[in-house]
Design a protein around this ligand. Structure first.
Ligand SMILES: *[C@@H]1O[C@H](CO)[C@@H](O)[C@H](O)[C@H]1NC(C)=O
Length: 188
């Protein structure tokens, strides 16, 4: 049975399609014919505005196995007394692969769940280990830091003392020089 879906454009040409919605693999029949089945010739079929099939006499086109590439809006044009063009008819072909099978979803969520579980367990064990290490390190560093601070303070003191001595020595030298220079000037 033909389904009359196409609209009449002007007063003449009709595009009929066997169905408007398909599942991939099903056949699609297109029929382009004139009003009251008047004889038409030089029939052109268009998909999304692009001519894809020309029939000098015939006006029926069969696609045996549809796939998603057959989606789109179809129309046809044909010669009678002059060239007529039909209205567009949209055809939808549902792909089989587009809906993911149920087992895939189940496996996917299982894997994600396992990964999350492993991650959390790993995180927790690492966290615990780190905390234990931190406690140990803290105890050690407290002891060693105390010692270091004392020694560094002592060293700093020594440095200061040395610097002071140096400055004093330099000042003494400067004073000596000025004392030596002054008398020379006085001589001239
Ligand atoms: C769809 O089917 C046509 C034949 O009708 C074929 O030429 C084309 O390669 C197919 N496309 C896909 C994406 O399978």
């Amino acid at each position: 049975m033909w389904l009359l879906i196409a609209l009449l454009l002007g007063d003449w040409l009709l595009l009929q399609v066997s169905s408007r919605v398909f599942t991939e693999g099903e056949p699609l029949d297109l029929r382009c014919h004139g009003w009251k089945n008047k004889l038409m010739y030089n029939v052109i079929f268009y998909q999304n505005g692009k001519a894809f099939k020309f029939f000098p006499q015939n006006s029926e086109l069969s696609i045996l196995k549809t796939n998603t590439s057959h989606n789109g809006i179809y129309h046809c044009s044909a010669m009678g007394r002059h060239r007529y063009t039909s209205a567009g008819v949209s055809v939808t072909v549902k792909g089989l692969q587009s809906s993911t099978p149920a087992w895939f979803n189940i496996v996917f969520y299982l894997i994600v769940g396992i990964i999350t579980l492993v991650d959390t367990v790993l995180c927790m064990t690492i966290h615990k280990k780190l905390q234990r290490k931190k406690k140990r390190n803290l105890a050690i560093s407290l002891d060693s830091n105390h010692g270091k601070k004392v020694t560094s303070c002592l060293q700093k003191d020594r440095h200061l003392e040395e610097e002071l001595k140096c400055q004093e020595q330099e000042e003494e030298k400067l004073q000596e020089r000025t004392h030596q220079k002054k008398p020379k000037k006085e001589e001239r």
